[in-house]
Design a protein around this ligand. Structure first.
Ligand SMILES: [Cu+2]
Length: 65
């Protein structure tokens, strides 16, 4: 499963925002965000460009490493 590191999350509200933003991206499903690790894992049904993910995370105020 692909995973990404996300900076700036500090509560379950952040986790919910990130989960929601990732789930909205076409091709991404089964998003799991672990606050303690600052990490999100997900399934891809089709290839998703890194840049699309980075942009979606950036739009809600977090940073992808
Ligand atoms: Cu928060």
């Amino acid at each position: 499963m692909p995973s990404i590191k996300i900076k700036g999350m500090n509560c379950q509200h952040c986790v919910a925002s990130v989960t929601d933003a990732l789930q909205k991206i076409a091709g991404i499903s089964e998003v799991k965000v672990v606050l303690e690790k600052g990490e999100a894992t997900f399934q891809t049904d089709k290839p998703v460009a890194d840049e699309v993910i980075r942009q979606a995370i950036k739009e809600i105020g977090f940073t992808c490493e």
